[in-house]
Design a protein. Structure first.
Length: 425
């Protein structure tokens, strides 16, 4: 189905940002490896997170789920796979976590995915796991899935990892407590990043306390124990609603976000630099329009996944906006740098593609037309916002499946706020 979006004069209402996908997936992986019954409350219930839950069952965990709670009885590091081929579907995070977990399995495991996931090259992940002593291989020359993992043990010890993408840190840290030797990871440098903080917090809840020391991370040989965890709401997950409200005659209240941490800190700082205000009260965040963004240079190295949404915002900022250090966005669910630049140009934007980002000349009057969502939630969400700010109707192709995978209530939430968005066959 196509997605039809018409311009919006304004949005009004309240919403609760969805729970964090990273927290949900990593907590499920931890619970699989832990001993005893772990409880995950308020999980994100979308296809990407269900992949991890189903894989936990396939690797020996017992799972009971209700509407707002997942109970997982883990295997205490002793995986008991019921099958040796596991489908990660469209989730790159699940694939990386399962690749590292499979190194502990007492058998050969094959990890596969859908057509889109099988096109994603992951040489850094495989190389890093090799240095940890895992016997992991791609079936293709470009280091993309399917992966074959010869399990049985993880050697551990000292591992020089050099430069590692933040998105692979969860997978690299996850199996280390079960390695034969205490693991000491050395990096060229350890920068504060939004992926590391929530991972270390969750590992601590499961009884393994890890503290970065200079350029090293030491992980003790200590099995995970059962834990209880409530998945937090994430402001960055509501980026489309926040940007749309700020740019139209709107008032939007976001409730349920108790604290700002991880990538929410980066997201709010980017909005601040771009001239947008998000007001915080005791129980909520409030966004009011019509705000005027400003052109700015933004280093997106910590949140490259946000590049498509920030690119739309930049189209409405007077002057030149440079989005840089976001080359990693090219290897996500789509090549997000090329995808969003191509579609925004179709809508009349002046966008120059760079190897690690975009140069955007604003302000631009975006025009309605037919665009492609590339089956990537971040692209689809950005194009929906672009459509709300455009002159005339836009039709987004290849977008509905992506919304079901990552944010199943995306369209209905926008409709509840007064946006004219609908599906069309």
């Amino acid at each position: 189905m196509d997605i039809i979006v018409r311009p919006a004069a304004g949005l009004s209402g309240e919403l609760e940002p969805q729970p964090s996908k990273l927290h949900t997936q990593f907590a499920s992986a931890l619970a699989l490896l832990a001993e005893g019954k772990s409880v995950i409350e308020h999980p994100l219930r979308v296809k990407d997170s269900y992949v991890m839950l189903q894989a936990a069952e396939a690797m020996g965990a017992t799972v009971k789920r209700t509407h707002d709670r997942w109970s997982i009885w883990g295997v205490n590091g002793n995986l008991k796979p019921t099958q040796n081929v596991i489908d990660a579907k469209n989730s790159g995070t699940a694939l990386s976590l399962l690749t590292s977990i499979a190194a502990l399995a007492p058998m050969i495991t094959v990890l596969n995915g859908d057509t889109q996931l099988r096109s994603r090259s992951m040489p850094v992940l495989l190389k890093s796991l090799h240095r940890l002593g895992a016997d992991v291989h791609s079936t293709k020359e470009d280091n993309s899935p399917p992966f074959v993992i010869f399990g049985g043990k993880l050697k551990g010890g000292m591992a020089q990892l050099g430069e590692v993408s933040p998105r692979y840190l969860p997978a690299l840290l996850l199996p280390c407590p079960y390695a034969e030797k205490r693991v000491e990871l050395s990096f060229r440098q350890i920068q504060k990043n939004p992926q590391l903080e929530p991972i270390l917090e969750l590992m601590k809840k499961a009884g393994v306390e890890v503290s970065p020391r200079g350029k090293k991370i030491l992980i003790p040989n200590r099995p995970y124990h059962a834990f209880s965890f409530r998945v937090p709401h994430e402001l960055a997950a509501a980026a489309a609603f926040i940007v749309a409200a700020a740019m139209t005659d709107s008032k939007l209240k976001l409730r349920g976000v108790k604290s700002v941490a991880g990538r929410d800190v980066e997201f709010l700082e980017i909005l601040r630099k771009a001239g947008l205000r998000v007001q915080k009260s005791k129980k909520s965040f409030v966004v009011e329009g019509k705000q005027k963004p400003r052109a700015v240079k933004l280093n997106l190295s910590r949140v490259p996944e946000l590049l498509p949404m920030i690119a739309v915002l930049a189209c409405k900022a007077k002057g030149k906006t440079l989005l840089w250090n976001a080359g990693e966005a090219r290897t996500m669910k789509s090549d997000r740098v090329s995808a969003i630049s191509r579609e925004l140009r179709r809508m009349g934007a002046r966008v120059l593609e760079r190897h690690d980002g975009l140069l955007i000349q604003g302000t631009t009057k975006l025009k309605g037309c037919e665009v492609d969502g590339y089956e990537d939630y971040a692209i689809v969400a950005a194009l929906v916002v672009a459509g709300l700010l455009a002159e005339g109707e836009i039709k987004i192709k290849n977008g509905d499946a992506a919304l079901r995978t990552s944010c199943s209530r995306f369209i209905s939430t926008f409709q509840g706020l007064g946006a004219d968005i609908r599906y069309s066959v």
